[in-house]
Design a protein around this ligand. Sequence first.
Ligand code: ADP
Ligand code: MG
Length: 390
Amino acid sequence: MADVDTAGRKCLLRVDFNVPFEPGEQTISDDSRIRAALPTISYLIQQGASLIICTHLGRPKGRVVPGMGTEPVRLRLARLLDAEVAPAGGPVGPETAKVVSRLRAGQIAMLENLRFHPGEEANDPAFARELASLADIFVNDAFGAAHRAHASTAGIARRLPAVAGLLMTQELEMLGRILEEPDRPALAVIGGAKVTDKIGVVQNLLDKVDKVLIGGGMSAAFIAAQGMNPGEPRPSRSDVEAAKTLLDAYGSRISLPDDVIVAFAFSAEAEARVAAADQIPNGALILDIGPSAAARYADEIGRARTVLWNGPMGVAEWERFAAGTRTVANAIAAKPSLVSVIGGGSTAEAVAKFDLTEKMTHVSTGGGASLEFLEGKTLPGVAALDERSA
Ligand code: ADP
Ligand code: MG
Protein backbone atom coordinates (compact mmCIF):
# COMPACT_ATOMS: atom_id res chain seq x y z
CA MET A 1 0.00 0.00 0.00
CA ALA A 2 2.86 2.36 0.78
CA ASP A 3 4.10 1.89 -2.81
CA VAL A 4 1.23 3.81 -4.38
CA ASP A 5 0.29 7.45 -4.12
CA THR A 6 -3.25 7.58 -2.78
CA ALA A 7 -3.49 11.30 -2.05
CA GLY A 8 -6.58 12.77 -3.66
CA ARG A 9 -7.45 9.40 -5.21
CA LYS A 10 -10.51 7.25 -4.68
CA CYS A 11 -9.57 3.94 -3.06
CA LEU A 12 -11.87 0.95 -3.05
CA LEU A 13 -10.92 -0.80 0.17
CA ARG A 14 -12.03 -4.44 0.45
CA VAL A 15 -12.20 -5.49 4.10
CA ASP A 16 -13.47 -8.59 5.85
CA PHE A 17 -16.12 -7.22 8.20
CA ASN A 18 -17.94 -10.54 8.29
CA VAL A 19 -18.34 -10.27 12.06
CA PRO A 20 -20.39 -12.50 14.37
CA PHE A 21 -23.71 -11.21 15.74
CA GLU A 22 -25.64 -12.06 18.90
CA PRO A 23 -28.02 -14.86 17.88
CA GLY A 24 -30.98 -13.39 15.99
CA GLU A 25 -29.92 -9.80 16.64
CA GLN A 26 -28.26 -6.84 14.93
CA THR A 27 -25.77 -6.52 17.80
CA ILE A 28 -22.16 -7.30 16.88
CA SER A 29 -20.75 -9.79 19.39
CA ASP A 30 -17.08 -9.41 18.38
CA ASP A 31 -15.76 -6.46 16.37
CA SER A 32 -12.10 -7.50 16.25
CA ARG A 33 -12.21 -7.85 12.45
CA ILE A 34 -13.33 -4.22 12.20
CA ARG A 35 -10.64 -3.06 14.63
CA ALA A 36 -8.01 -5.01 12.69
CA ALA A 37 -8.64 -2.85 9.60
CA LEU A 38 -8.45 0.50 11.43
CA PRO A 39 -4.71 1.07 10.82
CA THR A 40 -5.22 0.75 7.06
CA ILE A 41 -8.25 3.05 7.10
CA SER A 42 -6.50 5.68 9.23
CA TYR A 43 -3.41 5.53 7.03
CA LEU A 44 -5.35 6.06 3.81
CA ILE A 45 -7.37 8.90 5.32
CA GLN A 46 -4.19 10.59 6.54
CA GLN A 47 -2.75 10.27 3.03
CA GLY A 48 -5.75 12.23 1.75
CA ALA A 49 -7.50 9.41 -0.07
CA SER A 50 -11.27 9.08 -0.23
CA LEU A 51 -12.41 5.64 0.79
CA ILE A 52 -15.09 3.37 -0.54
CA ILE A 53 -15.17 0.48 1.92
CA CYS A 54 -16.77 -2.82 0.97
CA THR A 55 -17.28 -6.20 2.64
CA HIS A 56 -19.40 -9.32 2.48
CA LEU A 57 -21.56 -10.27 5.42
CA GLY A 58 -23.09 -13.71 5.96
CA ARG A 59 -24.47 -15.78 3.10
CA PRO A 60 -27.31 -13.92 1.35
CA LYS A 61 -26.49 -15.88 -1.84
CA GLY A 62 -26.74 -13.09 -4.39
CA ARG A 63 -30.05 -11.63 -3.19
CA VAL A 64 -30.92 -8.65 -1.02
CA VAL A 65 -31.76 -10.18 2.35
CA PRO A 66 -33.17 -7.81 4.97
CA GLY A 67 -31.20 -8.03 8.21
CA MET A 68 -27.98 -8.94 6.36
CA GLY A 69 -27.06 -5.42 5.31
CA THR A 70 -23.83 -3.65 6.24
CA GLU A 71 -25.62 -1.00 8.37
CA PRO A 72 -24.47 -2.43 11.76
CA VAL A 73 -20.82 -2.67 10.68
CA ARG A 74 -20.97 0.79 9.09
CA LEU A 75 -22.23 2.27 12.35
CA ARG A 76 -19.66 0.40 14.42
CA LEU A 77 -16.86 1.56 12.12
CA ALA A 78 -18.04 5.16 12.35
CA ARG A 79 -18.03 4.89 16.15
CA LEU A 80 -14.54 3.34 16.27
CA LEU A 81 -13.14 5.98 13.90
CA ASP A 82 -15.17 8.79 15.41
CA ALA A 83 -15.83 9.87 11.83
CA GLU A 84 -18.70 9.86 9.40
CA VAL A 85 -19.08 6.76 7.22
CA ALA A 86 -21.73 7.46 4.61
CA PRO A 87 -24.03 4.67 3.43
CA ALA A 88 -23.52 4.23 -0.33
CA GLY A 89 -26.13 1.54 -0.98
CA GLY A 90 -25.68 -0.75 -3.93
CA PRO A 91 -23.20 -2.44 -3.80
CA VAL A 92 -23.28 -1.00 -7.36
CA GLY A 93 -25.64 1.12 -9.44
CA PRO A 94 -26.29 4.78 -10.32
CA GLU A 95 -27.20 5.85 -6.76
CA THR A 96 -23.99 4.36 -5.40
CA ALA A 97 -21.94 5.97 -8.17
CA LYS A 98 -23.50 9.33 -7.27
CA VAL A 99 -22.65 9.03 -3.55
CA VAL A 100 -19.11 7.95 -4.40
CA SER A 101 -18.55 10.75 -6.94
CA ARG A 102 -19.32 13.33 -4.25
CA LEU A 103 -16.67 11.97 -1.84
CA ARG A 104 -13.87 14.41 -1.08
CA ALA A 105 -10.37 13.74 0.26
CA GLY A 106 -10.51 12.12 3.68
CA GLN A 107 -14.18 11.11 3.39
CA ILE A 108 -15.49 7.59 3.74
CA ALA A 109 -18.46 5.72 2.30
CA MET A 110 -19.48 2.09 2.73
CA LEU A 111 -21.14 -0.09 0.12
CA GLU A 112 -23.99 -2.48 0.81
CA ASN A 113 -23.20 -6.21 1.33
CA LEU A 114 -21.21 -7.39 -1.72
CA ARG A 115 -22.99 -10.74 -1.64
CA PHE A 116 -26.36 -9.02 -2.22
CA HIS A 117 -25.21 -9.10 -5.87
CA PRO A 118 -24.96 -12.48 -7.65
CA GLY A 119 -21.88 -11.22 -9.51
CA GLU A 120 -19.73 -11.19 -6.37
CA GLU A 121 -19.32 -14.91 -5.68
CA ALA A 122 -19.55 -15.71 -9.41
CA ASN A 123 -16.57 -13.39 -10.02
CA ASP A 124 -18.67 -11.89 -12.82
CA PRO A 125 -16.59 -9.58 -15.05
CA ALA A 126 -19.42 -7.06 -15.48
CA PHE A 127 -19.85 -6.74 -11.71
CA ALA A 128 -16.09 -6.47 -11.19
CA ARG A 129 -15.97 -3.73 -13.86
CA GLU A 130 -18.77 -1.81 -12.20
CA LEU A 131 -17.05 -2.03 -8.80
CA ALA A 132 -13.77 -0.93 -10.37
CA SER A 133 -15.47 2.07 -12.00
CA LEU A 134 -16.07 3.52 -8.51
CA ALA A 135 -12.37 4.00 -7.75
CA ASP A 136 -8.83 4.73 -8.95
CA ILE A 137 -6.99 2.22 -6.74
CA PHE A 138 -7.93 -1.12 -5.18
CA VAL A 139 -6.64 -1.86 -1.68
CA ASN A 140 -7.25 -5.37 -0.38
CA ASP A 141 -7.19 -5.78 3.40
CA ALA A 142 -9.59 -8.75 3.46
CA PHE A 143 -7.19 -11.55 4.33
CA GLY A 144 -10.15 -13.58 5.63
CA ALA A 145 -11.67 -13.61 2.12
CA ALA A 146 -8.42 -14.05 0.19
CA HIS A 147 -8.98 -17.79 -0.38
CA ARG A 148 -12.02 -16.94 -2.52
CA ALA A 149 -11.75 -15.89 -6.16
CA HIS A 150 -14.64 -13.43 -6.05
CA ALA A 151 -15.28 -10.20 -7.97
CA SER A 152 -14.18 -7.99 -5.05
CA THR A 153 -11.03 -10.02 -4.31
CA ALA A 154 -9.83 -11.33 -7.68
CA GLY A 155 -11.82 -9.87 -10.61
CA ILE A 156 -11.44 -6.24 -9.60
CA ALA A 157 -7.67 -6.54 -9.14
CA ARG A 158 -7.24 -6.92 -12.90
CA ARG A 159 -9.01 -3.65 -13.55
CA LEU A 160 -7.28 -1.28 -11.11
CA PRO A 161 -3.85 -0.85 -9.56
CA ALA A 162 -4.17 -3.45 -6.78
CA VAL A 163 -2.22 -3.35 -3.51
CA ALA A 164 -2.29 -5.04 -0.10
CA GLY A 165 -3.47 -3.15 2.98
CA LEU A 166 -1.57 -3.20 6.29
CA LEU A 167 -3.58 -6.07 7.78
CA MET A 168 -3.18 -8.19 4.66
CA THR A 169 0.55 -7.49 4.70
CA GLN A 170 0.85 -8.35 8.39
CA GLU A 171 -1.09 -11.62 7.98
CA LEU A 172 1.09 -12.71 5.07
CA GLU A 173 4.28 -11.79 6.92
CA MET A 174 3.32 -13.52 10.17
CA LEU A 175 1.92 -16.69 8.63
CA GLY A 176 4.68 -16.64 6.04
CA ARG A 177 7.27 -16.60 8.79
CA ILE A 178 6.02 -20.03 9.93
CA LEU A 179 6.51 -21.49 6.47
CA GLU A 180 9.84 -19.77 5.77
CA GLU A 181 12.73 -19.71 8.18
CA PRO A 182 10.95 -19.82 11.55
CA ASP A 183 13.16 -19.36 14.62
CA ARG A 184 13.85 -22.91 15.81
CA PRO A 185 12.75 -24.99 17.54
CA ALA A 186 9.47 -24.31 15.73
CA LEU A 187 6.30 -26.12 16.75
CA ALA A 188 2.82 -26.44 15.34
CA VAL A 189 0.00 -27.29 17.71
CA ILE A 190 -2.95 -28.61 15.73
CA GLY A 191 -6.37 -29.48 17.13
CA GLY A 192 -10.00 -28.91 16.27
CA ALA A 193 -12.84 -31.17 15.36
CA LYS A 194 -11.85 -33.23 12.32
CA VAL A 195 -8.65 -34.50 10.69
CA THR A 196 -10.13 -34.20 7.20
CA ASP A 197 -10.13 -30.39 7.43
CA LYS A 198 -6.51 -30.20 8.51
CA ILE A 199 -4.60 -33.19 7.22
CA GLY A 200 -3.12 -31.09 4.41
CA VAL A 201 -2.04 -28.48 6.94
CA VAL A 202 -0.38 -31.05 9.21
CA GLN A 203 1.41 -32.54 6.21
CA ASN A 204 2.69 -29.21 4.90
CA LEU A 205 3.74 -28.02 8.37
CA LEU A 206 5.71 -31.20 9.03
CA ASP A 207 7.99 -30.12 6.19
CA LYS A 208 8.48 -26.66 7.71
CA VAL A 209 8.53 -26.97 11.51
CA ASP A 210 10.38 -29.32 13.84
CA LYS A 211 7.41 -30.93 15.53
CA VAL A 212 3.61 -31.08 15.33
CA LEU A 213 1.60 -31.60 18.52
CA ILE A 214 -1.82 -33.12 17.97
CA GLY A 215 -4.92 -32.49 20.11
CA GLY A 216 -8.68 -32.11 19.81
CA GLY A 217 -10.99 -34.43 17.93
CA MET A 218 -8.12 -35.14 15.52
CA SER A 219 -6.45 -37.25 18.20
CA ALA A 220 -8.97 -40.05 17.64
CA ALA A 221 -7.75 -40.77 14.10
CA PHE A 222 -4.13 -40.94 15.27
CA ILE A 223 -5.05 -43.16 18.22
CA ALA A 224 -6.94 -45.50 15.86
CA ALA A 225 -4.00 -45.43 13.43
CA GLN A 226 -1.85 -47.00 16.16
CA GLY A 227 -4.37 -49.83 16.52
CA MET A 228 -5.87 -48.53 19.77
CA ASN A 229 -9.54 -47.94 20.61
CA PRO A 230 -10.44 -44.31 19.64
CA GLY A 231 -13.89 -44.41 21.31
CA GLU A 232 -16.85 -42.66 19.68
CA PRO A 233 -17.56 -41.41 17.11
CA ARG A 234 -15.31 -43.76 15.14
CA PRO A 235 -13.00 -41.74 12.92
CA SER A 236 -13.59 -42.45 9.24
CA ARG A 237 -11.42 -45.01 7.52
CA SER A 238 -9.89 -42.35 5.27
CA ASP A 239 -8.96 -40.20 8.29
CA VAL A 240 -7.29 -43.18 9.98
CA GLU A 241 -5.43 -44.01 6.76
CA ALA A 242 -4.25 -40.40 6.45
CA ALA A 243 -3.07 -40.38 10.07
CA LYS A 244 -1.26 -43.66 9.51
CA THR A 245 0.52 -42.35 6.42
CA LEU A 246 1.73 -39.32 8.39
CA LEU A 247 2.89 -41.44 11.34
CA ASP A 248 4.81 -43.75 9.00
CA ALA A 249 6.46 -40.81 7.24
CA TYR A 250 7.22 -38.53 10.18
CA GLY A 251 7.30 -40.82 13.25
CA SER A 252 8.25 -39.07 16.46
CA ARG A 253 8.04 -35.60 14.90
CA ILE A 254 4.30 -36.02 15.47
CA SER A 255 3.43 -35.79 19.18
CA LEU A 256 0.24 -37.49 20.29
CA PRO A 257 -1.58 -37.22 23.62
CA ASP A 258 -0.66 -40.08 25.97
CA ASP A 259 -3.83 -39.41 27.93
CA VAL A 260 -7.19 -37.81 27.14
CA ILE A 261 -10.35 -36.55 28.86
CA VAL A 262 -13.36 -38.66 27.94
CA ALA A 263 -17.09 -38.48 28.61
CA PHE A 264 -20.05 -40.66 27.73
CA ALA A 265 -22.19 -37.88 26.30
CA PHE A 266 -21.45 -34.85 24.08
CA SER A 267 -22.64 -32.39 26.69
CA ALA A 268 -21.25 -29.54 28.79
CA GLU A 269 -22.48 -31.31 31.91
CA ALA A 270 -21.15 -34.77 31.08
CA GLU A 271 -18.84 -36.25 33.70
CA ALA A 272 -15.20 -35.86 32.64
CA ARG A 273 -12.70 -38.67 33.24
CA VAL A 274 -9.02 -39.12 32.47
CA ALA A 275 -8.12 -42.13 30.33
CA ALA A 276 -4.77 -43.34 29.03
CA ALA A 277 -4.71 -43.17 25.24
CA ASP A 278 -4.39 -46.97 25.05
CA GLN A 279 -7.25 -47.54 27.49
CA ILE A 280 -10.17 -45.58 26.13
CA PRO A 281 -13.39 -47.31 27.24
CA ASN A 282 -15.90 -48.45 24.66
CA GLY A 283 -18.51 -45.81 23.91
CA ALA A 284 -16.40 -42.96 25.35
CA LEU A 285 -15.93 -39.65 23.52
CA ILE A 286 -12.55 -37.92 23.53
CA LEU A 287 -13.34 -34.31 24.50
CA ASP A 288 -9.93 -32.96 25.55
CA ILE A 289 -6.28 -33.93 25.91
CA GLY A 290 -5.39 -35.25 29.38
CA PRO A 291 -3.29 -33.59 32.11
CA SER A 292 -0.12 -35.54 31.28
CA ALA A 293 -0.35 -34.66 27.57
CA ALA A 294 -1.13 -31.02 28.39
CA ALA A 295 1.91 -30.78 30.70
CA ARG A 296 4.13 -32.37 28.05
CA TYR A 297 2.84 -29.96 25.37
CA ALA A 298 3.39 -27.00 27.72
CA ASP A 299 6.93 -28.24 28.24
CA GLU A 300 7.57 -28.44 24.48
CA ILE A 301 6.20 -24.91 24.07
CA GLY A 302 8.51 -23.73 26.86
CA ARG A 303 11.50 -24.92 24.80
CA ALA A 304 10.29 -23.55 21.45
CA ARG A 305 11.05 -20.22 19.80
CA THR A 306 8.16 -20.28 17.33
CA VAL A 307 4.67 -21.73 17.80
CA LEU A 308 1.84 -21.88 15.33
CA TRP A 309 -1.43 -22.90 16.96
CA ASN A 310 -4.55 -23.89 15.05
CA GLY A 311 -7.46 -25.72 16.63
CA PRO A 312 -8.47 -26.07 20.31
CA MET A 313 -7.20 -29.12 22.23
CA GLY A 314 -10.75 -30.03 23.26
CA VAL A 315 -14.27 -28.65 23.44
CA ALA A 316 -12.93 -25.43 24.94
CA GLU A 317 -16.39 -23.80 24.88
CA TRP A 318 -17.25 -26.13 27.81
CA GLU A 319 -15.37 -25.53 31.04
CA ARG A 320 -14.99 -29.22 31.89
CA PHE A 321 -13.21 -29.85 28.61
CA ALA A 322 -11.24 -26.61 28.37
CA ALA A 323 -8.22 -27.51 30.52
CA GLY A 324 -5.98 -28.76 27.70
CA THR A 325 -6.66 -25.69 25.58
CA ARG A 326 -6.08 -23.41 28.57
CA THR A 327 -2.78 -25.10 29.45
CA VAL A 328 -1.51 -24.62 25.90
CA ALA A 329 -2.67 -20.98 25.84
CA ASN A 330 -1.02 -20.27 29.21
CA ALA A 331 2.23 -21.91 28.14
CA ILE A 332 2.40 -19.68 25.07
CA ALA A 333 1.46 -16.57 27.09
CA ALA A 334 4.08 -17.35 29.74
CA LYS A 335 6.94 -16.94 27.27
CA PRO A 336 7.16 -13.38 25.95
CA SER A 337 10.15 -14.15 23.69
CA LEU A 338 8.15 -16.77 21.78
CA VAL A 339 6.87 -15.90 18.31
CA SER A 340 3.27 -17.14 18.55
CA VAL A 341 0.84 -17.17 15.66
CA ILE A 342 -2.78 -18.15 16.23
CA GLY A 343 -4.84 -19.31 13.25
CA GLY A 344 -8.46 -20.42 13.20
CA GLY A 345 -11.59 -18.72 14.47
CA SER A 346 -12.33 -21.13 17.33
CA THR A 347 -8.74 -20.97 18.56
CA ALA A 348 -8.83 -17.17 18.55
CA GLU A 349 -12.13 -17.31 20.48
CA ALA A 350 -10.62 -19.61 23.09
CA VAL A 351 -7.58 -17.36 23.52
CA ALA A 352 -9.89 -14.35 23.88
CA LYS A 353 -11.99 -16.21 26.46
CA PHE A 354 -8.84 -16.80 28.53
CA ASP A 355 -8.04 -13.09 28.14
CA LEU A 356 -4.67 -13.87 26.55
CA THR A 357 -5.07 -12.31 23.09
CA GLU A 358 -2.65 -9.50 23.94
CA LYS A 359 0.05 -12.04 24.85
CA MET A 360 0.10 -13.57 21.38
CA THR A 361 2.42 -12.21 18.69
CA HIS A 362 -0.27 -12.45 16.02
CA VAL A 363 -3.88 -13.64 16.01
CA SER A 364 -4.99 -14.23 12.43
CA THR A 365 -8.32 -12.79 11.28
CA GLY A 366 -8.63 -15.44 8.59
CA GLY A 367 -9.98 -18.90 9.43
CA GLY A 368 -10.29 -20.71 6.11
CA ALA A 369 -7.77 -18.39 4.47
CA SER A 370 -5.10 -19.07 7.09
CA LEU A 371 -5.63 -22.83 6.77
CA GLU A 372 -5.29 -22.74 2.99
CA PHE A 373 -2.20 -20.56 3.30
CA LEU A 374 -0.61 -22.96 5.82
CA GLU A 375 -1.52 -25.84 3.54
CA GLY A 376 0.75 -24.20 0.97
CA LYS A 377 -2.05 -23.22 -1.40
CA THR A 378 -2.02 -19.99 -3.41
CA LEU A 379 -4.70 -17.56 -2.22
CA PRO A 380 -6.47 -16.06 -5.29
CA GLY A 381 -7.02 -12.73 -3.52
CA VAL A 382 -3.28 -12.44 -2.88
CA ALA A 383 -2.16 -13.75 -6.28
CA ALA A 384 -4.34 -11.10 -7.95
CA LEU A 385 -2.48 -8.20 -6.31
CA ASP A 386 0.24 -6.39 -8.25
CA GLU A 387 3.87 -7.41 -7.88
CA ARG A 388 5.97 -4.79 -6.21
CA SER A 389 7.72 -2.79 -8.92
CA ALA A 390 11.10 -2.69 -7.23
P1 ADP B 1 -10.43 -23.39 14.34
O1 ADP B 1 -11.71 -22.63 14.08
O2 ADP B 1 -9.58 -22.73 15.36
O3 ADP B 1 -9.72 -23.72 13.06
P2 ADP B 1 -11.87 -25.86 14.38
O4 ADP B 1 -13.08 -25.15 13.86
O5 ADP B 1 -11.18 -26.81 13.52
O6 ADP B 1 -10.82 -24.79 14.98
O7 ADP B 1 -12.24 -26.65 15.67
C1 ADP B 1 -12.88 -26.04 16.75
C2 ADP B 1 -14.04 -26.84 17.20
O8 ADP B 1 -13.65 -28.18 17.45
C3 ADP B 1 -14.54 -26.28 18.51
O9 ADP B 1 -15.91 -25.98 18.36
C4 ADP B 1 -14.32 -27.41 19.49
O10 ADP B 1 -15.37 -27.53 20.42
C5 ADP B 1 -14.28 -28.63 18.61
N1 ADP B 1 -13.52 -29.71 19.22
C6 ADP B 1 -12.27 -29.66 19.68
N2 ADP B 1 -11.91 -30.84 20.21
C7 ADP B 1 -12.96 -31.66 20.06
C8 ADP B 1 -13.22 -33.02 20.41
N3 ADP B 1 -12.29 -33.75 20.99
N4 ADP B 1 -14.42 -33.53 20.09
C9 ADP B 1 -15.34 -32.78 19.47
N5 ADP B 1 -15.17 -31.50 19.14
C10 ADP B 1 -14.00 -30.94 19.42
MG1 MG C 1 -13.71 -23.16 13.54
